[in-house]
Design a protein around this ligand. Structure first.
Ligand code: NAP
Length: 435
């Protein structure tokens, strides 16, 4: 039987784990020809443009992606945009299955007055800016202020706060974008305050990330011990406490009790602080918060407020998928039932389930979707793939081109003792990939 043709749209973790699930499901009678289509000239999605540069271990999963990419039957078509260079309609006609793994790139809005002021930036822009994503090089980030506020109590908020609060020399040997490193070196920020709207017991941080905070070499980290103790007694009153939550609160208690070294750089986590207005003349100057309380397990807003004077706000409150021709968005996700979108179109990863879960979560998610796809397969299609759809002269970054780009970045990095120096210019990326 000829191979089934599969198009995976999006070369991030969800896309690669989907390809891997197809590869693992192969038998003598069931084989797959996988074409991975990616808008950017580089693959790896959030592993390249999302994971914090001071957490290089998380990026080692890219070795798994490269192994998947080198497996027979896999082809990369980067620098190809679905909706522009090829249509979803064309893909679904030519492939037995199309899997959308396009993530959730748009930052959610707070919906409060002042959010549109300069220097109120979404993590959806700030993170790719410091990670050298070609679309975000020109995000205007002004670090000429002593205090920054990060809104949200999740791991993205923590990444952003840590990157702003550490001594920039700690980023010297990382793959932080060169333009961002220059800005961080001139940054006047010395206080970074993470504000969560609910209690410590509701925080979305995870314990390993919290446990890393007291280990920071040049930054003191603060959390109010009373807020943690009160959260602990509240949840004990509600009955049995889940292990993850207990670990989280324990990690926060360790932060509260950890000896402060008197560093000039400070990172603080505040709970029960809901932003209600951002004020400033031309740019962010202060943020007004309502003080929340937890009563009978419910978070309620009081009429008490407080203000933080700060020149930068980064919102890290979650992400939504973006629309493109042929798909519907519902609650920030591509409309789907258990990963099935419509006919032979499927979805996986954050685009399917929303912006929750770590990189590895995509593995089981993709396995489930691939199992569903296989159960729905009929006769394999006989058709030409992506190449036949592209205008002549369109420069595709295939696996070999990507390997050239990758090698070039790694070599530039070696000279500086970094894992790589990322190229940020789209055209230069393409020219690096020519062979
Ligand atoms: P998240 O974990 O869902 O956290 C979002 C935070 O934003 C929550 O604290 C939420 O509070 C808050 N929020 C939402 N709307 C708000 C509003 N209007 N006002 C104030 N706060 C608001 O999302 P994330 O931090 O973007 O992370 C996404 C996923 O990536 C998570 O699963 C995360 O663990 C993962 N991730 C992992 C790592 C790592 O492993 N190192 C690093 C980064 C990200 P409520 O709970 O009150 O809604």
């Amino acid at each position: 039987m000829p191979a089934y043709k599969v198009a995976i749209v999006g070369a991030g973790p969800a896309g690669y784990f989907t390809a891997q699930a197809f590869q693992n499901a192969q038998t003598e009678d069931l084989t797959f020809a996988i074409d991975m289509v990616e808008r950017l000239p580089t693959p790896w999605g959030l592993v390249r443009s999302g994971v914090a540069p001071d957490h290089p271990k998380i990026k080692t999963v890219s070795k798994v992606f490269e192994k998947i990419a080198k497996t027979e039957g896999f082809r990369l078509f980067a620098n190809v945009e679905v909706g522009k260079d090829v249509s979803l309609k064309d893909l679904r006609e030519r492939y037995d299955a199309v899997v959308l793994a396009t993530g959730s790139p748009r930052g959610r809005k707070l919906g409060i007055p002042g959010e549109e002021l300069a220097n109120c930036i979404s993590a959806a822009e700030f993170v790719p800016w410091y990670n050298a994503h070609p679309d975000y090089v020109n995000v205007e980030v002004d670090l000429d202020t002593d205090t920054a506020v990060v809104i949200g109590a999740g791991n993205v908020a923590m990444d952003v706060a840590r990157i702003l609060a550490i001594d920039p020399s700690e980023l010297d040997l990382t793959d932080t974008a060169e333009h961002a490193l220059v800005e961080f070196k001139q940054s006047k920020i010395r206080n970074v305050i993470i504000c969560g709207r609910r209690g410590a017991e509701h925080a979305a941080f995870t314990a390993p990330e919290l446990r890393d905070l007291p280990k920071l070499e040049n930054t003191d980290v603060y959390v109010d011990a009373d807020q943690i103790n009160q959260a602990a007694s509240r949840i004990e009153q509600l009955g049995e406490v889940e292990k993850d939550l207990r670990n989280n609160l324990e990690a926060m208690r360790l932060i509260a009790e950890h000896d402060k070294k008197g560093f000039e750089r400070k990172l603080e986590i505040k709970f029960l602080s809901a932003p209600i207005e951002i004020k400033g003349r031309d740019k962010v100057e202060e943020i007004i918060f309502a003080i929340n309380e937890v009563k009978d397990g419910k978070v309620i807003t009081t009429d008490k407020t407080f203000t933080i004077k700060a020149g930068l706000v980064v919102t890290a409150i979650g992400y939504d998928s973006v629309e493109y021709a042929g798909i519907n968005i519902e609650n920030g996700r591509i409309s789907n039932i258990a990963g099935h979108v419509d006919h032979n179109v499927y979805v996986t990863g954050w685009a399917k389930r929303g912006p929750v879960g770590v990189i590895g979560t995509n593995k089981s998610d993709s396995n489930d979707v691939v199992e569903l796809i296989i159960s729905n397969l009929t006769e394999p299609k006989v058709s030409e793939g992506v190449s036949s759809l592209l205008k002549s002269g369109h420069e595709v970054i295939d696996q070999l081109s990507w390997e050239k780009i990758n090698a070039s970045e790694v070599i530039s990095g070696e000279l500086a003792g970094k894992p790589r120096i990322k190229e940020v210019d789209w055209k230069r990326l393409i020219s690096l990939g020519r062979y």
